[in-house]
Design a protein around this ligand. Structure first.
Ligand code: FES
Ligand SMILES: [Fe+2]
Length: 370
């Protein structure tokens, strides 16, 4: 029977995960299988793929995926695997195909939609039919301007999966926002430490004095506290209007954001690897990727209205600078967590009442990998 919480309370006896979850490569292989190759994973924004043929590649363990805009301007994704002898076709992280995708080994050539259109000298092979050798497709969905992929052959329905948060952020009109900047970080820590760190502000007074001056770690409420989507809001302190170097708005609030929401920031984790932070005047999101059991890649992107980006308002850089500093404080402590957890002496300890979302993340995570 599934257990549904109706209030954000810390489950009795909730404690941190056992060491293996941060140190065992067997656990990482299982995470690739059950999580990163089975769940809907955010891979960026559709606006990154502006022109036909533009692509980015995503690596997930042994898998690599090409995400691109095809001739019909549809965003598609294909396994980065040649149907001839399996060679990885594209070795760049992003770029633009002219009209087709060609394998660099023997020149098998695919249309942008994945169909095999050229295979030198294969005409003489009995019963060879190009239609049987399209690139392997990967499921793609767009939500609020974000691209999600799912490597499962039979993925869970996207709309049903996202129903708990569908429409929840409509006042921010996220699909209309544009990316001001993307920063990429490497963190010497397990990917879950980055997510867990995001899910609490218990550490804010010590680790982030600058952020603690903007919002009080006790001044908020979680409104999603069980399942794949977790989070809530934190109210700004008196005299503070947003999260930026000055604590002021960096540009006018987004037009449809309600009065109450102009006084707070919303933080949500979207299982497994997306963190979404909604401010009155901009939206920030992180994606988190395991590179190995104790190394992760994190991207952080800042989204503003197109009008603001085009206005050359230098103040918007304050949002980037502030969060870049805060991100680095978080990565620093996550790396120290990894080091301490690797000790033979580490053992699980109780979560505090400020860490109920970590307990909820761990619970959902364990359900998913079992
Ligand atoms: S492996 Fe790709 S064309 Fe031969
Ligand atoms: Fe933090």
């Amino acid at each position: 029977m599934s257990f549904k919480k109706t209030a954000d309370t810390l489950t009795k006896g909730a404690h941190t995960l056992e060491r293996d979850f941060y140190t065992s490569s067997q656990i990482l292989s299982n995470e690739y299988k059950k999580i990163f190759q089975s769940q809907w994973i955010c891979v960026g924004r559709s606006e990154e793929l502006t022109a036909v043929g533009q692509y980015k590649t995503i690596n997930l363990g042994n898998e690599s995926v090409i995400i691109l805009k095809d001739e019909k301007e549809t965003i598609m994704a294909h396994y980065n695997v040649c149907r001839h002898r399996g060679t990885r076709i594209c070795n760049e992280s992003n770029g633009k195909f002219s009209k087709s995708i060609q394998c660099g080994y023997h020149g098998w050539t695919y249309a942008l939609d994945g169909k095999l259109v050229g295979a030198p000298h294969m005409n003489s092979v009995e019963n060879f039919n190009k239609n049987d050798y399209s690139m392997f497709p990967v499921h793609v969905e767009e939500w609020e301007g974000f691209i999600f992929i799912n490597l499962s052959d039979d993925p869970k329905d996207f709309d049903q999966t996202f129903s708990p948060i569908n429409g929840r952020f409509s006042n921010w009109n996220i699909s209309d926002l544009k990316t001001l900047e993307i920063k990429e970080y490497e963190v010497k820590g397990n990917w879950k430490l980055v997510i867990q760190n995001y899910c609490e502000c218990y550490h804010c007074p010590i680790l982030h004095p600058e952020l603690a001056a903007i919002h009080n770690y006790m001044g908020g409420r979680n409104d999603l506290f069980e399942g794949p989507f977790l989070g809530g809001y934190m109210d700004f302190n008196n005299g503070k209007d947003s999260i930026s170097s000055s604590g002021e708005l960096c540009c006018p609030p987004l037009p449809n954001v309600k009065e109450d929401d102009k006084k707070r920031v919303y933080y949500y984790s979207i299982f497994p690897n997306m963190l979404l932070s909604l401010h009155p005047e901009y939206v920030m999101y992180h994606t988190v990727w395991p590179l190995s059991i104790n190394r992760s890649k994190v991207t952080c992107s800042w989204l503003f209205s197109e009008e603001v980006i085009n206005s050359n308002n230098h103040k918007i850089q304050e949002a980037v600078d502030f969060w870049d500093m805060t991100n680095k404080q978080d990565w620093y402590i996550s790396e120290l967590s990894q080091l301490g957890i690797q000790s033979e002496k580490y053992s699980p300890a109780p979560y505090s009442g400020q860490e109920s979302l970590l307990a909820a993340f761990d619970r959902y995570y364990k359900q998913t990998v079992k």
